[in-house]
Design a protein around this ligand. Structure first.
Ligand SMILES: NC(=O)c1ccc[n+]([C@@H]2O[C@H](COP(=O)([O-])OP(=O)(O)OC[C@H]3O[C@@H](n4cnc5c(N)ncnc54)[C@H](OP(=O)(O)O)[C@@H]3O)[C@@H](O)[C@H]2O)c1
Length: 385
């Protein structure tokens, strides 16, 4: 049995913690900047950390064998330094995307990843090894409510439904058909829950290489959309992209100073350049995880089956609360979108003393500020006139 630190409380971190709790006998802690009563209520140990306090971070990491980071930027650099100082044996940086070797210099989508890898290299002589988990694109990018509905990618500019490649429910797609070699653009993809299962299954492997590659599927982007069309039973409105049309879109986004748009175009360019693609895996064959296919995953997206969320909106007292909602039901998607607005635009905070649902796999306890309370009505009216 080892002690693992899962760092961050976004959807991926929660999936990883849940997998450790349900599939292993390993001990784990969660490190977060804030108290997280909803997670604590599940019996999980959440330690509050201050990334600007190296001594505090080192103290919280005492006895930890493996750190699994989902945080980025300076916070992750501080975490890496503290982990090395605390004699952590293995560090998993916040990657979970395309192969790092395919990232160009000065990548707009880098988000501090390159600096983290460099820092990890620097610490290796002191004994801390690191391994990147490469999983391609998360299926959640195509979920109703987008990745944000799973509390992933909230700050990424592609967190919302339809921000990347296709909008499943509105049946629209933007497809970069060919890669730079003139071949069909291809991506590897995995669901966040399966990424977590792979990472956790790897904990028991005796040796870790520099990079574990895993995936649920490898598909051409045209096939990704074709599967969605087949499931919807209707064709999508497709805008095909060439290299030059993507370049034009980039120039336009820059000209109008729309950074979010620029990021979204960069994701399509990265897709066309094959940066989420890899031919071989080296983890699928080592562990007993049978990942869900994209088709199977997408099929249940609009149904009422699937995972449940626990959602509580509270101001001074609870405004509204649902113990367990099917996440992919209309009300589940609605709550996820509302939570996204509250967290990203209305200055609300995560965290509630009331969320406590043992069966929920994702918690959306949102503290609604007075200012946000006044916005909810208008937000609902605008969406559901
Ligand atoms: N392959 C894909 O398609 C894909 C897509 C999206 C994300 N990902 C990967 O999934 C992981 C999670 O991504 P994410 O976009 O959800 O991460 P994120 O927005 O950066 O959040 C990760 C965690 O960082 C902490 N955090 C947020 N803001 C912070 C700040 N200003 N200072 C310090 N800590 C902060 C939060 O933890 P606390 O609040 O608990 O402190 C949060 O749970 C990353 O490794 C990312 O690369 C992959």
């Amino acid at each position: 049995m080892i002690k693992v630190a899962v760092v961050g409380t976004n959807g991926l971190a929660q999936y990883i913690a849940n997998s450790i709790a349900t599939q292993t006998s390993h001990q784990f802690i969660i490190l977060s900047r804030r108290p997280s009563p909803g997670l604590t209520a599940r019996g999980w140990q959440v330690l509050q950390v201050d990334y600007s306090n190296p001594a505090d971070l080192k103290f919280k990491l005492a006895g930890v064998d493996t750190v699994i980071s989902t945080v980025s930027g300076n916070a992750q650099l501080a975490l890496i330094d503290a982990a090395a100082a605390a004699h952590v044996r293995r560090f998993v940086p916040s990657e979970f995307g395309g192969p790092p070797s395919l990232r160009p210099q000065n990548d707009l989508l880098d988000n501090g990843r390159r600096a983290a890898i460099l820092r990890l290299h620097q610490h290796e002589p002191s004994g801390m090894r690191f391994t990147v988990f490469t999983c391609g694109v998360l299926y959640e990018r195509f979920a109703p409510g987008g990745m944000a509905a799973s509390q992933i990618g909230l700050r990424s500019n592609i967190g919302q439904e339809g921000d990347y490649l296709m909008d499943f429910r509105r049946r629209r797609a933007q497809v970069p058909y060919l890669n730079s070699a003139g071949q069909p653009a291809t991506i590897c993809m995995t669901s966040a829950a399966d990424v977590a299962r792979f990472v956790v299954a790897a904990l028991d492997l005796p040796s870790w290489p520099r990079e574990f590659r895993l995936r649920g599927e490898r598909l051409s982007v045209r096939d990704v959309v074709a599967i969605a069309e087949e499931i919807q039973g209707r064709p999508f409105e497709i805008s095909g992209h060439t290299r030059s049309s993507l370049q034009d879109a980039l120039t336009y986004a820059r000209a109008v100073g729309d950074h979010a748009r620029e990021t979204r175009v960069h994701h399509l360019i990265a897709t066309a350049e094959g940066r989420y693609d890899f031919v071989n895996t080296n983890l699928n064959q080592l562990v007993g995880v049978r990942p869900e296919s994209f088709r199977d995953w997408l099929k249940i997206v609009p149904t009422k089956g699937g995972k449940v969320i626990s959602c509580v909106l509270y101001n001074m007292r609870p405004v509204a609360g649902w113990g367990e909602l099917p996440r992919r039901s209309k009300i589940g998607i609605f709550m996820c979108q509302l939570a996204y607005e509250a967290l990203t635009k209305w200055g609300c905070q995560n965290g509630s003393p009331t969320a406590d649902r043992a069966n929920a796999d994702l918690y959306l306890p949102i503290c609604i500020t007075n200012e946000a309370l006044s916005k909810i009505g208008n937000w609902i009216k605008a969406r559901y006139p």
